[in-house]
Design a protein around this ligand. Structure first.
Ligand code: A2P
Length: 335
């Protein structure tokens, strides 16, 4: 059978990637409904050889006939429309942080915890933050092979995670600085070109960023390890696409780098890209536009018992967002 898909936030960085992925994977589309703000109403986007007109999302919008809705717009849009769509019987796949930690909403990366889709009492499923997804893809096979005691992760996140306006800001600042002109910062609090910001989201009283808290909580939920010791530092870097992560893991039992490499190589959706002798290691430019989560620099951390270091790079607009959402829709069509 074929399905009617609604995309809320169709004109954004993730929305546009979603259209490409529906194309590539030949998702069984009956038709598409594309929604965005008034700014882009009337724009025409193409997918699967057909053209679709963008509609303005308003409280009066009718969603009748839609089977699945993918939301990747703003937290406010998810809050306002998520519950409305699911009340109308539509299966909602939401990319925001609004529902992720709710007990009756599964938080899913199909390769890791597809089974969580069996219980969707609210007809809402959340996809994780774009740094959590590659992290759990890399941790899951290590957890199964040797148990995880503690994780320390530092992220290097591209500006596309903030959206299309942030990508423009990085390009414009770079262009202006190269021409000895002023670089205006509007999306970020400081210049991002030729700089980095150890700050993603908002700070809490203890000094953690909301992005760091999301990674900790979401990872524990997805790996079903509520007591997992995990700490994160999240950094915005002047890269257009792909998030990178330096991951230090302390395992319960010994696991040689060779065996870690083998366990990771067997994980669907993970590509081991690790040969220092050939200068082969994951980089954002290589992972851009790719579905796989790239893992390299797999080596022992001798400062502790059963310690491992890894370097992970993943396209935040693909596996970190649009691809994971479309994969979930595919899982739900198979149910
Ligand atoms: P628009 O392009 O009309 O602004 P990004 O993450 O790249 O910034 O994209 C955000 C997406 O969410 C865009 O498609 C944007 O539409 C959409 N969006 C943002 N605010 C609203 C809103 N108030 N109503 C509907 N869509 C919105």
């Amino acid at each position: 059978s074929k399905y009617v898909l609604g995309i809320l936030g169709a004109t954004g960085a993730v929305g546009k990637e979603t259209l490409d992925i529906l194309d590539e994977r030949k998702f069984p589309l009956e038709s598409l409904r594309l929604f965005a703000s008034k700014r882009s109403a009337g724009e025409v986007l193409s997918c699967q050889g057909r053209e679709w007109k963008v509609e303005e999302l308003t409280p009066e919008t009718s969603f009748a006939g839609i089977d699945f809705a993918l939301i990747s717009a703003t937290d406010a849009i998810s809050r306002e429309y998520g519950a409305r769509l699911s009340a109308a019987g539509i299966l909602v796949i939401d990319d925001s942080g609004v529902f992720r930690m709710e007990d009756d909403v599964p938080l899913v990366v199909p390769e890791v915890n597809r089974q969580a889709l069996r219980s969707m009492p609210r007809r809402i499923v959340s996809i994780p933050n774009c740094t959590t997804t590659p992290l759990v893809m890399a941790l899951k096979p290590l957890q199964e092979a040797a148990g995880i005691k503690r994780v320390v992760v530092t992220t290097f996140q591209s500006v596309s995670g903030t959206g299309a306006a942030a990508m423009d800001e990085l390009m414009n600042q770079t262009r202006n600085l190269m021409a000895f002109r002023e670089a205006k910062a509007e999306v970020y609090p400081y210049q991002i070109a030729f700089n980095l910001l150890p700050h993603i989201g908002s700070f809490n009283e203890g000094g953690d960023c909301s992005e760091e808290i999301k990674i900790m909580r979401e990872t524990r939920k997805i790996l079903e390890a509520p007591a997992l010791r995990l700490t994160a530092t999240t950094v915005r870097v002047p890269v257009l696409r792909c998030h990178s992560e330096a991951i230090n893991v302390e395992l319960e039992r010994p696991l040689k780098p060779h065996d870690a490499r083998a366990a990771l190589a067997e994980m669907p959706g993970v590509l081991v890209y690790d040969d220092p002798s050939k200068k082969l290691y994951p980089m954002p430019l290589d992972a851009t536009g790719k579905d796989d989560v790239f893992v390299g620099r797999i080596r022992e951390d001798e400062s502790t018992a059963n310690g491992l270091n890894l370097w992970v790079v993943s396209d935040n607009l693909r596996k970190g967002a649009a691809l994971n959402a479309v994969q979930i829709a595919e899982c739900l069509t198979e149910h």
